[in-house]
Ligand binder design. Structure first.
Ligand code: SAM
Length: 264
């Protein structure tokens, strides 16, 4: 779909905001949402780690895997991972954080500045393509799915989560405080995404509508931002208000979240 926002807008946004997000979301730089269950209770970061665990298990990632992470972060998998990201700042921070890792971990992880719509890798180069909270930023999602398909070896897995638009007619508040604030829009509902994946040639192994967990994630984030307000009331109270709008948009079914496991 065409968009008012360009890749340069997204890159500039993440280059500028990485430090702010690290101040209250996750110091390690992870920027995704959580899958809550009885093991996590209401703890947001535990729920984020839980989502990583669930996705790793469902994608059958093992030490022999070679994973391409679109939008950077799959570092706890014990296998070779190449992380790409549009944001040079986020790539530099990821490379810097490698310095404190043991040599065997450093040898397995590579980071490169690139776009998911134009991957600088050969056909069939990876056993897995992984992505968390990233593809919604990409206007030409069909191109990103085709690129993921191209760089996967036959039988390889695409495992990812992404924001969805449950219905096309969204309110002006959702447009302003959710979609425009996050510089995105999408044609895909939860099931529309399934169709797009099948149309790209993937087999769909599993899909999960995680919208409820997205709402819960943003309630937690609203509290976490407010807890920092003494540092800068305008910034953190503003973020907290924005996150309350995210919760409302999920409740009104103007915003959704899905997770998909597919095979080439
Ligand atoms: C919300 S963050 C998620 C980061 C990480 N996956 C995580 O789970 O913490 C979205 C990331 O997607 C990156 N991104 C956006 N568009 C991209 C594109 N076309 N190609 C690669 N990365 C992109 C942004 O720079 C940002 O780092």
């Amino acid at each position: 779909m065409s968009s008012r926002f360009s890749e340069q807008d997204t890159e500039a946004f993440y280059d500028a905001e990485d430090a702010l997000y690290r101040s209250f979301w996750d110091r390690e730089g992870s920027l995704h949402w959580g899958w809550f269950d009885q093991t996590t209770g209401d703890d947001f970061l535990s729920a984020c780690i839980n989502l990583n665990r669930v996705m790793l298990e469902k994608a059958s990632i093992s030490p022999d895997s070679h994973v391409l992470d679109l939008g950077w972060l799959c570092r706890s998998a014990g296998c070779r991972v190449t992380g790409i990201d549009l944001s040079g700042v986020r790539i530099d921070n990821a490379i810097e954080s490698l310095a404190s890792q043991p040599p065997d971990v450093q040898g397995r992880l590579k980071f490169e500045k690139a776009s998911a719509t134009n991957l600088p890798f050969g056909d069939g180069a990876f056993s897995h393509v992984w992505s968390q909270a990233t593809i919604y930023h990409i206007h030409d999602k069909e191109k990103a799915l085709q690129e993921a398909y191209r760089v996967l070896a036959p039988g390889g897995y695409l495992v990812f989560d992404d924001l969805t638009k449950p219905r096309p007619d969204i309110s002006s508040d959702a447009r302003r405080y959710v979609y425009d604030r996050l510089l995105f829009d999408t044609d895909y509902s939860f099931t529309g995404y399934q169709d797009a994946l099948l149309g790209t040639g993937f087999q769909l192994l599993e899909s999960h509508d995680l919208s409820e967990h997205l709402g819960k994630s943003y309630s937690c984030l609203s509290r976490m931002a407010m807890a920092q307000r003494e540092k800068d009331p305008e910034v953190y109270e503003g973020l907290s208000r924005a996150y309350d709008q995210m919760v409302l948009a999920v409740e009104r079914q103007e915003l959704g979240w899905g997770m998909y496991i597919c095979q080439k």
